[in-house]
Write a protein of this length. Structure first.
Length: 416
């Protein structure tokens, strides 16, 4: 069982690693802020847009099959990315986002099947979040070292052996019975159009693109009223909104600080990665503690504490330029992330029926990655148009609001 959990966790580790490993390599790829945002968002955009469909596929075709398909595709596309020209990289990263989307809800569904007891499931999700969370925040350090030593292509080569190891460790994954039914194509198309046009409007400043974004979002909501909708209404909760907020803050702050450290303070890519170590270390062990805590007292208190720490750390970073205080701010952010995310995972997935575990995991991670895309776009615009401190203050305010929503609407029993 430990081998299986490690393999499933490494699958999501790859997804999160690829979210941030390019962050410190962005200046080497393009001097344009818009290009840097699209290189970053090319992956997270498709990842977010296809998570709901990946969750539905996981429930319909079997989580084991979908997980293995995602691993193989991720390895192949990573190898191609390492060989590609920079002009093709955005397209390949968009395809990598689709492969990554296959891994997340399927791995959560497999954990729910392998650990049917709620307390054991909460602990397993804590381990899953710890391993994957390490990938999210270790990306800048590893990306900086690889970029300086071997060039930016090395940040994609590293994915291949990790994917093969995950494939070997997860061979014992349980088979889940497929669920018959048709795919909700209108919902998926509406989600893709809404998210992509919204991101385009924010990154490029082309605000007419907000109109089709809003129309597509309304179409998506309208379609969800049908009884056979891709996202059943009983799975829509405040936990999904909180998931969007936590990734808005984390990904947006990482993006803004990475540019700040390199362009304002003159850090090298590897030094920028080292600067994020105080954020990395808590995510390597604290989610395991969080999983045990949630198993005992429920997700509400850990989630509220996590949001409060994230907001406090972000606000401290905004107004404390001395590096000693920056370490404290980043550590608070790291502890906050590793409290909030496992709590939300347990709340949302644990409250879903077993036959809907895949779509529940897909919905939560779709909301999280939508938040990540918007965080990079919105905070990037704020930082370039005003100041880094203003962008971080705005992020802190939203994170405080996320903590309030968890306090008001997240139940102690684990049901969002």
């Amino acid at each position: 069982m430990a081998r299986l959990l490690t393999g499933l966790s490494l699958g999501y580790f790859l997804v999160m690693l690829d979210t941030t490993i390019v962050t410190v390599a962005l200046p080497a790829l393009s001097p344009s802020l818009a290009d840097q945002q699209w290189i970053s968002n090319g992956y997270t955009l498709t990842f977010a847009a296809f998570l709901l469909t990946a969750g539905a596929w996981s429930d319909r075709f079997g989580a084991r099959r979908v997980f293995f398909t995602g691993l193989v595709a991720f390895a192949v596309l990573s190898g191609l990315s390492a060989l590609a020209s920079p002009s093709l990289l955005i397209a390949l990263r968009a395809l990598l986002g689709v492969a990554g989307a296959l891994l997340v809800p399927s791995s959560l569904s497999l954990i729910a099947t392998a650990y049917p007891v709620p307390a054991a499931r909460a602990k397993a999700m804590g381990v899953w979040a710890a391993v994957s969370g390490t990938g999210l925040v270790a990306g800048p350090l590893l990306g900086g070292v690889l970029t300086e030593a071997f060039g930016w292509r090395a940040i994609f080569v590293v994915n291949v052996p990790v994917a093969l190891i995950a494939l070997a460790l997860s061979r014992s994954a349980p088979s889940t019975p497929p669920k018959p039914g048709r795919m909700d194509v209108p919902s998926q198309l509406a989600a893709i159009v809404s998210l992509s046009t919204l991101t385009y409007a924010l990154v490029e400043g082309v605000f007419w693109a907000l109109a089709p974004a809003v129309v597509a979002a309304l179409v998506f909501l309208r379609v969800q009223r049908r009884p056979d909708a891709m996202l059943p209404r009983r799975l829509v909760s405040w936990g999904l909104l909180a998931g969007a907020i936590v990734n808005f803050g984390l990904s947006g702050v990482l993006f803004v600080l990475s540019l700040y450290f390199q362009q304002t303070r003159g850090y090298t890519p590897s030094a920028t990665g080292l600067a994020f170590l105080p954020l990395t270390v808590p995510t390597a062990f604290n989610p395991i503690f969080t999983g045990r805590l949630v198993a005992r007292i429920g997700p509400r208190i850990p989630a509220v504490s996590g949001f409060s720490l994230m907001a406090s750390g972000t606000l401290l970073q905004a107004f404390s330029p001395p590096e000693a205080l920056s370490v404290l701010a980043l550590a608070a952010l790291g502890f906050g992330v590793s409290l909030a995310i496992p709590s939300l995972l347990t709340a949302v997935v644990g409250s879903a029926p077993a036959e809907l575990a895949g779509i529940a995991g897909g919905a939560l991670n779709a909301s999280r990655q939508t938040g990540a895309v918007l965080g990079v776009a919105v905070l990037g615009v704020l930082a370039s148009g005003t100041s880094t401190a203003f962008a971080l203050t705005a992020a802190a305010a939203l994170l405080f609001a996320g903590g309030v929503s968890c306090f008001l609407f997240l139940r102690e029993t684990g049901n969002p």
